[in-house]
Design a protein around this ligand. Structure first.
Ligand code: ZN
Length: 163
């Protein structure tokens, strides 16, 4: 590994980060291993990946990502009302509960309960961070060339996980 190496497609990047949304900390690598990913492979959200090119180990940056380059705009059509009786009795019908449901083609989708009335349950299929501006603080802590296998798979491997 060279100290002159900079982030480019085909490198495995190790990065410390924090993510703030609406002034609140929602995610951080602090206290655990840095995030490792293959640059240029869409492993992380595009608005963040685009801002990392040419950064060197030890460099830090603040990156603000608009919803369209993050988790998407909030889609009001992805919020649906379902009659309460359609839910099996074992499911707790409370605001904040996450449910895995299947669409008409049998694909699993994640939904959150955002409201419950006497008759209806409101399910939100948007990503929890949809429509949000994302405020990242990132620091590059490691860079190396991806292996042929990693390039083939389109993601980074670590010591313990070969997948
Ligand atoms: Zn793999």
């Amino acid at each position: 590994m060279s100290n002159l190496m900079k982030v480019q497609d085909g490198c495995v990047v190790s990065m410390d980060y924090t993510l703030h949304v609406d002034g609140e900390l929602v995610d951080t690598s602090s206290g655990r291993a840095p995030l490792e990913f293959l640059q240029g492979a869409g492993n992380i959200i595009p608005g963040l990946e685009d801002e990392l090119y040419e950064m060197a180990v030890g460099e830090s940056k603040k990156v603000v990502v608009a919803p369209v380059d993050g988790y998407g705009e909030f889609d009001s059509e992805a919020v649906v009302e379902v009659p309460r009786e359609e839910f099996p009795p074992e499911i707790p019908l409370e605001v904040g509960v996450e449910l895995q449901v299947t669409d008409e083609s049998g694909n699993p989708m994640l939904a959150r309960i955002t409201a419950v009335t006497d008759d209806l349950v409101v399910l939100d299929f948007n990503h929890p961070l949809a429509g949000k501006e994302l405020h990242f603080d990132v620091k590059i802590v490691g860079l190396r060339d991806a292996t042929d296998e990693e390039m083939e798979h389109g993601h980074a491997h670590d010591e313990e996980h070969h997948h």
